[in-house]
Design a protein around this ligand. Structure first.
Ligand SMILES: Nc1ncnc2c1ncn2[C@@H]1O[C@H](COP(=O)(O)OP(=O)(O)O)[C@@H](O)[C@H]1O
Ligand SMILES: [Mg+2]
Length: 230
């Protein structure tokens, strides 16, 4: 791994570790003076922060593997529509307050046939999960996320759009860089590594990603992946 990346990554671990240290220190030293409610708040902070560190660790390991060309590419036949539908349902269960509308269009026709494509399922899952969870995370509660799949000319084209906070123009050109987060994320937690991972996965497999976004209006990501229909 490049040393600049290691420096940046280690820096990202310091803040959450300091938070855990502070909250646990307060519990240790002042527990007799804290209300039950305050104690629970500190314990919750510790839990949330541990979750954040775990995500950071997973993301750092994933980027590292991708950079070292150690992410395997194992295309295999996949029935793409049930796969997307299942992914949509799995992600919806992680957020009780958002719904994802999934639709598809095959070579100009809307059909409910099974479409088997040759694709790496794990990679596709990594790519779509990152973009869909962002759409949820950066949208107000009860907003609908649109997720669509078009298959044309041996390409899968996924479009994910939300009507959330949008991405400030100044952040747009650095969006796929590790640790870059928009200036408008406020207290929404994140590692700034999701889209860097998406980009790496797509680069390795000749896919492309584009997006357009309006601050305060919403964001649309379009992912296109070459694939062969079985
Ligand atoms: N759907 C979206 N709506 C608004 N901002 C987004 C969206 N997706 C990504 N972003 C912006 O891109 C940044 C990088 O995304 P990502 O790499 O997934 O990191 P994070 O861990 O912050 O979600 C985010 O911090 C956010 O500013
Ligand atoms: Mg993210």
């Amino acid at each position: 791994m490049k040393s600049r990346f290691i420096t940046m990554a280690s820096h990202e671990f310091r803040t959450p570790l300091a938070i855990i240290s502070s909250s646990s220190g307060i519990l240790q030293n002042f527990s007799d003076r804290l209300s039950e409610e305050r104690k629970q708040e500190h314990l919750q902070t510790v839990q949330n922060t541990i979750k954040h560190i775990t995500q950071l660790l997973d993301d750092v390991l994933m980027i590292n593997r991708a950079e070292a060309q150690k992410v395997e590419f194992n295309p295999a036949p996949l029935n793409i529509i049930p796969f997307c539908r299942q992914l949509k349902e799995e992600i919806e269960t992680t957020s009780s307050k958002h719904k994802i509308d999934f639709s598809w269009n095959l070579d100009g026709q809307i059909a409910d046939t099974s479409v088997i494509v040759q694709i790496d399922k794990k990679l596709l899952q990594q790519i779509l999960t990152n973009i869909l969870t962002n759409a949820i995370k950066y949208s107000p509660d009860h907003n609908l996320i649109n997720f669509s799949l078009t298959i044309e000319n041996e390409k899968l084209i996924f479009t994910i759009s939300d009507s959330g906070i949008g991405i400030p123009e100044a952040d747009q050109m650095n969006l796929f860089e590790s640790f870059h987060r928009g200036s408008n994320v406020g207290t929404i937690s994140g590692t700034g590594l999701g889209l860097a991972i998406v980009k790496k996965c797509l680069d390795l497999h000749k896919g492309e990603i584009t997006f357009n976004s309006q601050l305060g209006q919403g964001t649309r990501f379009i992912v296109s992946i070459p694939c062969v229909r079985c």
